[in-house]
Write a protein that binds this ligand. Structure first.
Ligand code: PGD
Length: 772
């Protein structure tokens, strides 16, 4: 790791200060302008993503002073289709603060908090105090509140669905922990794989990356792995997994056929289903085809999934004969009808009768983040209070942002309610990049033209900053002091400032303090504290909350750099208490049991989420008219060489580009059929948009599928085509279903063709045009 870091200008160093990031804890110094980083010595498997920190100075990609869009400065607030197209005027901080304070004052006094969208979704950077979302929420609450967002882009469908099926989000927040799986699981059946790339990141940090070690330990003990995914490398090759290259989006037919086999061969656990579950009989009728005329046999599933019927049948038998973990990745629910594979994962584990047993049952999100399965630390974490939001009732499901801006005042469905989209005048974003994370970016551009004002705090000239009216330069984590901690991580880390702020960049806290001063709420916002005053206050309040943990005083913590939050890894088994005594530990479902069929969901009457799990082909599907022209299934998954869109210009991410574009992976047969050669720049397109990408030809992707990760900085030309390779120009902006309205960006249909012209210059990492 250290040698690798040296290659990229990041060098080992014994000195330096402690710091932390979403991809790990480390020590850092800057010498002669070069950043030196050494991963935490206790980290057995440091994240390669640390290399991207070398873009510290970051030249033209950094925002170096406040900027205001020319049209907004000249004409004042109002809807404007020139957002994202027009040049900016650099201004000084006093001017920016005065203009923004005036606009916030106008919007709050004329329209109130229901006209301010402050959901501000995004990962920002690690750190409990400079957590951008907490800062923006606290500030807007001081002004009277804001329209927030519900759930996340990571998991939009599953928390809502699971609240009905098992009464909580426990499979996400309290899954069985890795030490238990490493010791007991005989068969890991991984729908969506267990991609190692995602296990390097966690919001708030992961100081010891242990997932790879636990998986190796399980393998050495004799555990077997099945990777059900269109991508071979969704499970590490060292685990010798059996690869079942399923068609994207067809895990549900595989699961139904496994359930059908278990049922018809009498391999299901009737006692478990009777004692712990409700609604199996209704689901069994659907499996047998009694309700729709289609028995969900392996032969039926084979035609949809392109997996042999015999393979599915054999898998079902092995599952019934082993201590089996049914693992469903978060990516599967990030698709149209994404509720269904999660529901069926629970149902399969229930039919096997293994929920609540060590190493058996259901898992959701292993391989989706470092924290999943690492167990919770037995203490609370330091936090910045955000205050109360009087407009909280107006919250939207997070991925409905464009719908909200385009359809103010209109009704929509969510989780059994009919809700109304608020009429937003001002959008405030800090610590997120919707022009990375949202779907159908052309539509998002039209949506962003609607409000009177868009404000963005950003360290970098991301596409979101470029679509704002007021852009305020934020520091990056290395330029300030903070405390790092995460619910599933072993360490509390003193994140000490490594270098001074770039240009005129300021912390979000300082920006909000000045605005609060101008708006007369500075006492409420700061409570009279400086940055270090807050860190000391948060730390001592945390000590008082956790008297049983032995902790040094703040000065000592700051000097030594870390506090251990637990002595040993947690051993936790999901639903073990419920299994031991289902009456005493009733689930918070209407029946108190696992709901294999849910009368409550059925009662909502949603055609796209019926009362039991079912196969519902998406509207845009193979065989549909769109598929005639766009026959390839695109997987737009999370990237391996950066975190989302963060530090896309860093060395690790830059080295992965092909012909300067984001790599798109394609099977040799599909490349040959199109006359495409590896290394070529190709055009990826459908009716929503187009992007360029650099072709990688590989058998690690099944035929009929292309894979283009998210996070290449959106770089549209005058037609809207992304010159760089952002797949969200292609994805469909539609909720998973009326139940959860989650993000469905993982899969879409496209065509790929050669790009005959000379590929255009990329502009993504340059600052936008400015004028005076
Ligand atoms: P990031 O790139 O992490 O993406 O979406 P998210 O918006 O979280 O954006 C964080 C931004 O915060 C960066 O631009 C960074 O520079 C900025 N930032 C960092 N530190 C600070 C700070 O201190 N202050 C301020 N003001 N800004 C800061 C991620 C989202 O994308 C997620 S979580 C998922 S799982 C989704 N996945 C998919 C997917 O699978 N498929 C598709 N098609 N789309 C997805 N989008 C989602």
């Amino acid at each position: 790791m250290v040698a690798d870091l040296c290659e990229h200008g990041l060098m080992a160093d014994r000195g330096g200060v402690t710091h932390s990031s979403h991809f790990g804890a480390f020590r850092a110094t800057v010498e002669s302008g070069r950043l030196r980083v050494i991963p935490h010595p206790g980290d057995p498997d440091p994240a390669p993503l640390l290399r991207n920190l070398a873009v510290l100075g970051s030249g033209k990609a950094r925002v170096d002073q406040p900027h205001v869009r020319r049209g907004w400065l000249a004409g004042g607030p109002g809807p404007d289709t020139r957002r994202g197209h027009q040049e900016f005027v650099p201004v000084d901080w006093d001017t920016a603060t005065e203009l923004l304070a005036g606009e916030l004052g106008r919007v709050y006094s004329e329209y109130g908090p229901g006209a301010v969208y402050g959901g501000s979704y995004g990962w920002g950077s690690a750190g409990r105090f400079h957590h951008a979302q907490s800062q923006v929420h606290r500030f807007l609450n001081c002004l009277g509140g804001y329209v927030p967002s519900l759930n996340s882009y990571s998991t939009g469908a599953s928390p809502v669905l699971l609240s009905h099926v098992v009464g909580s989000d426990a499979p996400i927040s309290r899954p069985t922990t890795w030490p238990v799986l490493a010791e007991h699981t005989e068969l890991f059946v991984c729908f969506g794989g267990l991609p190692a790339k995602n296990t390097f990141v966690a919001p708030g940090g992961a100081s010891r990356h242990q997932v790879g070690g636990y998986l190796r330990a399980a393998k050495e003990r004799g555990a077997r792995f099945v990777n059900i995914s269109p991508l071979r490398d969704d499970l590490a090759t060292e685990l010798d997994a059996r690869w079942l290259p399923v068609r994207p989006g067809t895990d549900v037919p595989v699961m139904l056929a496994i359930a059908h086999t278990l049922l018809t061969e009498g391999r299901h656990d009737k006692d478990f289903l009777d004692r712990y579950c409700v609604g199996f009989a209704e689901f069994a009728r659907y499996l047998r085809g009694e309700t729709d005329g289609t028995p969900k046999t392996p032969e039926w599933a084979a035609a949809i999934t392109e997996l042999p019927a015999a393979t599915i049948r054999e898998l079902a038998r092995r599952m019934a004969g082993s201590r089996t973990l049914v693992s469903v990745s978060w990516s599967l629910q990030r698709a149209r009808h994404g509720e269904q594979p999660v529901w069926l994962g629970v149902v399969l584990a229930a039919m096997l009768g293994q929920l609540g047993l060590p190493g058996g049952g259901f898992g959701h999100g292993y391989g989706s983040m470092a924290g999943t399965g690492s167990g919770r630390v037995p203490v609370s974490l330091p936090r910045l209070p955000q205050g109360a939001d009087p407009a909280a009732d107006l919250a939207i499901p997070v991925a409905r942002i464009a719908d909200m801006l385009l359809h103010a005042g209109e009704l929509y469905d969510y989780n059994g309610e009919r809700r109304v989209y608020p009429d937003i005048r001002l959008v405030y974003w800090s610590g997120g990049n919707p022009f990375h994370h949202h779907q159908d970016l052309g539509r998002l551009r039209r949506a962003f033209a609607r409000p009177d004002t868009v404000v963005v705090h950003e360290p970098f000239w991301t596409a979101t900053a470029r679509h704002a009216d007021i852009v305020l330069p934020a520091t990056i984590t290395l330029e300030r002091n903070d405390i790092g901690a995460a619910r599933e991580d072993d360490l509390l880390v003193a994140m000490r400032q490594v270098r001074p702020p770039h240009g005129e960049a300021r912390d979000d806290y300082r920006i909000f303090t000045d605005l609060a001063e101008a708006l007369g709420v500075v006492k409420e916002f700061t409570e009279g504290r400086t940055e270090l005053g807050w860190l000391r206050h948060m730390y001592t309040a945390w000590q008082q909350e956790n008297p049983r943990l032995s902790t040094p005083d703040f000065e000592e913590f700051w000097r030594t750099g870390e506090v251990e939050l637990r002595a040993e890894p947690e051993r936790h088994v999901l639903f073990s208490e419920f299994r031991a005594d289902p009456d005493r530990h009733r689930l918070a479902t209407p029946s108190g049991r696992i709901e294999i069929s849910s009368a409550r969901i059925a009662g909502f009457g949603y055609p796209d989420c019926p009362g039991h799990p079912a196969w519902l082909p998406p509207e845009e599907w193979l065989g549909s008219p769109a598929a005639q022209r766009f026959p390839l299934q695109l997987i737009a998954n999370n990237p391996a060489t950066r975190l989302h869109s963060q530090l896309d210009h860093g060395p690790l991410s830059a080295a992965s580009k092909v012909a300067g574009r984001e790599p798109i992976r394609m099977h040799p047969a599909d490349a040959e059929a199109r006359g495409l050669a590896a290394g070529a720049v190709v055009r990826v397109f459908n009716d929503r948009g187009a992007c360029l990408a650099g072709l990688v030809v590989t058998e690690d992707v099944r035929p009929g599928v292309v894979q283009l990760s998210t996070g290449a900085w959106f770089d549209p030309d005058e037609t809207g085509m992304c010159r760089h390779g952002n797949p969200n120009v292609l994805t469909l902006d539609v909720g998973t279903s009326a139940l959860a309205q989650g993000c469905s960006g993982q899969l879409t249909l496209v065509q790929v063709a050669g790009y005959a012209q000379r590929p255009p210059e990329m502009r993504a990492f340059e600052s936008p045009r400015t004028t005076t």
